[in-house]
Design a protein around this ligand. Structure first.
Ligand SMILES: [Zn+2]
Length: 107
């Protein structure tokens, strides 16, 4: 029998000298402001953030979904730390709703 233990430590930290986006629940860092593609992307459930690359984000199995631009392999993404569903990703682009993250500015 294998006992699974999971560290509660965030897997990655982003430099605090940049604006960052964190999980609204556990404050794990999710993305650097520099990776933000768009803040006004219109998804099927309203406005969403689009990011080039993210950290501390897990990815579910990809499935084929029909989007506005055609058929894409889309996977759900979630916070690796607290397992909150954030949104989805297709290709290397991640998207989530503004309410699931908080923006931090450098001190
Ligand atoms: Zn979280």
């Amino acid at each position: 029998m294998v006992k699974m233990t999971r560290s509660k430590t965030f897997q990655a930290y982003l430099p605090s000298c940049h604006r960052t986006y964190s999980c609204i629940h556990c404050r794990a860092h999710l993305a650097n402001h520099d990776e933000l593609i768009s803040k006004s992307f219109q998804g099927s459930q309203g406005r969403a953030y689009l990011f080039n690359s993210v950290v501390n984000v897990g990815c579910g199995p990809a499935e084929e979904r029909v989007l506005l631009t055609g058929l894409h392999a889309v996977a759900d993404i979630y916070c690796e730390n607290c397992k909150t569903t954030l949104g989805w990703k297709y290709g290397s682009v991640c998207s989530w709703h503004p309410v699931t993250s908080r923006e931090s500015k450098p001190l």
